[in-house]
Design a protein around this ligand. Structure first.
Ligand code: C5P
Length: 230
């Protein structure tokens, strides 16, 4: 068992308007608690994870604090205000990390179905390779479409759907954010630009990202089975 030196940054400062509800999706109920709290409970199950930093939009920091009163007490949970871009939000999260943290996971607040095994695989690969990204092979047929007519079929050979948590050695992630100016690329691409390409970790198909109202309905249907397993 490695030292408990892992923190999770949860960027949740976006508008979250795709759900079509007034409340951002991470605050909606799933199994009796907000999605964000269920996500934190799943993260708290891993013994190496000691800290979670929730990055909330500046006007939602107070709400986030209120929601997190029911968060798991084993974790040191901080709330910080986000910035104007996702990158600025993650940077604010990094700035709030405890000194003891060596491995940082960046995880979508709206992925509550994150299994212990996946956390373990990502943490292990991040320690060994510096950066780790979970992904699952795409199984649907992919086609381009324009409105209601189809164009070409996309060759899905070697095409993966990327999930979170994405794991990094803290020193690499901080250096990537400091040294690489490109605002558009994701965290793993920034670290790759330093010469540390992310290791592909086998993802978990249950690890849904709750983006649309349909996703939330599906998540609520799956929840009882998930809590029986965990
Ligand atoms: O909008 P998009 O799906 O790219 O957002 C990805 C994640 O980054 C979301 O979880 C969102 O809450 C977060 N984000 C953020 N700060 C921003 C913009 C997005 O934390 N300024």
């Amino acid at each position: 068992m490695m030292a408990p030196d892992v923190a999770v940054v949860l960027p949740a400062a976006g508008q979250g308007t795709r759900m079509g509800e007034a409340v951002p999706k991470q605050y909606l109920d799933l199994g009796g608690a907000p999605v964000l709290v269920q996500t934190l409970r799943a993260l708290a199950a891993h013994p190496a994870i000691v800290q979670a930093v929730v990055v909330a939009s500046p006007d939602a920091v107070a709400d986030a604090h209120a929601v997190l009163r029911v968060a798991p007490s084993r974790l040191d949970v901080k709330v910080v205000a986000g910035g104007g871009t996702r990158r600025a939000s993650v940077q604010n999260g990094l700035d709030a990390l405890d000194e003891s943290v060596r491995i940082v996971l960046v995880h979508d607040a709206v992925r509550p179905f994150v299994a212990l095994q996946l956390l373990d695989d990502v943490i292990r690969a991040a320690r060994t390779h510096g950066a780790a990204v979970p992904a699952v092979p795409v199984t649907d047929t992919l086609r381009r479409a324009d409105g209601e007519t189809f164009g070409e079929t996309v060759d899905r050979n070697g095409v993966y759907a990327v999930q979170t948590p994405q794991g990094f050695r803290r020193d690499l992630l901080e250096r990537a954010f400091f040294e690489i100016a490109d605002a558009t690329t994701d965290d793993a691409a920034l670290v790759a630009a330093l010469g540390h390409p992310a290791r592909l970790v086998r993802g978990d198909r249950r690890n849904l990202k709750l983006t649309t109202p349909d996703d939330l309905a599906l998540a609520r249907a799956l929840w009882p089975a998930w809590t029986m397993e965990a």
